[in-house]
Design a protein around this ligand. Sequence first.
Ligand SMILES: [Zn+2]
Length: 289
Amino acid sequence: MAVFNPQQLQELEQQAKRNRGHFSHEQLDELQSQLSCDLDMLLKALLPVAATFSQAPISHFNVGAVAFDKTTGSAYLGANLEFSHQALSLVVHAEQSAINNAWLHGAKEISRMAISDAPCGYCRQFMNELDKSAELAIMLPTLNTSLAELLPSAFGPQDLDNSQRLMASSTSHLDSLSHEISDTLKVHLQNAYAPYSGNLSAVEISTQSHGQFYGRYAENAAYSPSLSPMQGALSQLALAGLKLDEIVISAITLVETKGHENQKAVADAVLQSYATDAKLTHVLAEFNS
Ligand SMILES: [Zn+2]
């Protein structure tokens, strides 16, 4: 088994914080030669780094996940994120966090996932929405397996006649907005994945000293494991080692598709678990059909 020593882990944690949990192909090559190991062993060796970004005030159970994007050869960390005093169904699981991180950074094909613990049923279902999920390799601490083995007789997008897949959906074309939003938020909005509700939606959290953080809606054929834009954006904040109520927030913007809105209540609920008076600006978008 390949492992990093405590000093290396600390350096990797700092590096991950700066890059919001992204390791480039070059960085992975260098780390692989440091440990003299293969890619799968390296992805597993990065799990303790991923788990340091966990915020789990309820379970105190820190989970790390690492998603590998075949198209760019880079890796993305993920960690679980829990919200105090909110329904447990709002929790972001580490696997969702890693996939969301990869997706927001432009990854096109997750071919391998390393996870510090066996994925729960909810995460198996979430991963099943990915393009080429049938070929997804899963590396657990004591077992290398695949999603196909972990989720036989799966229910997926095809059962709802949806030919799109998470990370392989087409870009929608924005027609009009009720308020002006940033160009980056527009890009995230147009690349959200909402084949079931039709609510293309995205969030931008602007901070005073740490830049912007984004989330986009990632729906799932089984509905429940869908990841809301606000959950996604807060997970991004966590991967930069930040918490909403420990930094100065200049603005939070939620944009949804007019006539299909379903995110305002969940965004407000999640925000209420933080001691912040940051106000949510709600914007409605219309798309060319
Ligand atoms: Zn899970």
